[in-house]
Write a protein that binds this ligand. Structure first.
Ligand code: HAM
Length: 422
């Protein structure tokens, strides 16, 4: 039997209602904050990700699904959404329509990581990006949305951690300082991190190697070397978070595993996830739009992992559609059962979560009722000789077990009345 690829799980019908519930709640929440959906392709030129996420990052160096297509071009499955949104923002001149463009996206991302609980090779991200303003209030709005998500779904012990990773003014002198520190501990670093001393020293913070982690514990931190403007940006942000009554902790160790961040960086961790405890993360990226060929445009955003949100959430209502089954009492009424099912489907309002199935091919009434039970039917409509003669149907309520004969023309209004408790 052919199996799915490692780290690329199926999402089965039994679980899909929780996904739908989260997706529709998030769409409503983003709309409330004036964010509009954008859908970008799963495949992009490899260059987009190496230029934005950064050539020295784990994502680009070790985790991307990259291949040469039939034209000989190097293309990659997207490992994250921000780079594609920035590309689309530039390509379609989205900045011309508003001074602050608010976008959200949902969809699969791909990283060739070692699979474990909460970490997959194909995973779903939901993200938002606000492009156009550098004000700390926009950072606070973006963090507010992540915080609202945590509150709504009642994540297990959520913690919002924030930091500032500086900008081009303070980053260069800091990186020199960090490189000098790392050189003095060179022997303790892994081979990759030894190379990073000269290429991209801040990436040493991402290394999972225990000796590298020990070294980095004593390293100078960017937060302690911020320039005046970055510090002021951070202070206004924290003041705004206080006014919004959003609890946070300062974690100076957060650098994020992607190169494009400037100033604000944040993560929301939660329980129930084991070691992969970051449900959502993001930050500001004021230089990326320009680096990708656009006008200088400050921006900020975050993405959260749907699988991790679903693992940590304690408040997802499982709104399954109401199932109605139509059971012909003899084989000769199977066609009539299918026609009645179709009549009900055409009469029912399309925005209701109601499923109609005709149970054809069942061997006996008992087998049909068993099937209806397996489908968790709330109602079964029985169609036998009497009903066909009377142009009626017998509606059986599977919760109360009561049943009554109803004219077929009145079935839909009767069922809707029952469901709505009228
Ligand atoms: P990231 O931290 O790489 O940031 O990913 C964001 C979230 O995606 C993580 O917190 C986690 O919940 C989820 N995630 C990442 N990798 C995996 C995986 N292998 N399996 C399951 N879930 C995973 C970004 O991707 C940035 N684009 C976020 C951003 C948006 N920054 C600014 N705007």
């Amino acid at each position: 039997m052919i199996q799915s690829l490692k780290g690329m799980p199926d999402i089965l019908p039994k679980d899909i209602h929780r996904w739908h519930e989260v997706e529709s709640t998030l769409k409503n929440l983003f709309t409330l904050y004036s964010y509009e959906e954008i859908r970008t392709p799963l495949l992009e030129s490899t260059d987009l990700f190496s230029r934005s996420v950064g050539t020295g990052t784990d994502i680009v160096e070790k985790e991307m699904y990259t291949f040469v297509d039939r034209n000989g071009d190097s293309i990659s499955l997207r490992p994250e959404g921000t780079a594609s949104v920035v590309r689309a923002y530039n390509q379609h001149h989205l900045g011309h329509s508003a001074s602050l463009v608010r976008l959200y996206y949902m969809g699969p991302m791909f990283r060739h990581e070692r699979p474990q609980k909460g970490r997959y090779r194909q995973f779903f991200q939901v993200g938002i990006e606000a492009l156009g303003k550098s004000n700390s209030e926009v950072d606070a709005e973006v963090i507010n949305i992540l915080y609202d998500i945590g509150l709504h779904f009642k994540l297990e012990s959520p913690i919002l951690q924030i930091n500032s990773v500086g900008d081009y003014v303070c980053r260069t002198p800091y990186q020199n300082l960090l490189s000098q520190f790392l050189v003095t501990h060179q022997e303790a670093l892994c081979e990759t991190c030894q190379k990073r001393i000269t290429t991209n020293p801040m990436r040493v913070f991402d290394c999972k190697n225990s000796t590298c982690q020990e070294v980095i514990l004593a390293a100078p931190l960017i937060f302690d070397h911020l320039c005046k403007d970055c510090l002021s940006h951070f202070e206004i942000l924290t003041k705004q978070l206080d006014l919004l009554k959003i609890p946070y902790v300062l974690n100076k160790q957060i650098v994020r595993g992607l190169d494009y961040y400037t100033r604000t960086a944040f993560e929301m961790t939660a329980g129930g996830l084991g070691s992969q405890n970051a449900v959502g993360a993001g930050g500001r990226y004021d230089l990326l739009v320009e680096q990708c060929g656009g006008e200088p445009t400050p921006a900020v955003g975050f993405a959260l992992g749907m699988e991790r949100l679903l693992l940590s959430a304690t408040n997802i209502s499982d709104h399954k559609p109401i199932q109605i089954c139509i059971l012909p009492l003899q084989g000769e009424y199977e066609s009539k059962a299918s026609l009645l099912a179709q009549k009900l489907r055409s009469e029912l309002p399309k925005d209701r979560q109601i499923s109609i199935a005709s149970l054809v091919g069942t061997k006996s009434i008992k087998a049909g009722m068993r099937q209806a039970n397996k489908m968790s039917a709330r109602y079964v409509i029985l169609l036998g000789e009497n009903e066909v003669k009377n142009k009626s149907a017998t509606l059986k309520n599977m919760t109360t077990h009561g049943q009554q004969e109803i004219e077929q023309t009145k079935l839909v209004s009767f069922i809707l009345g029952e469901i709505d408790g009228k």
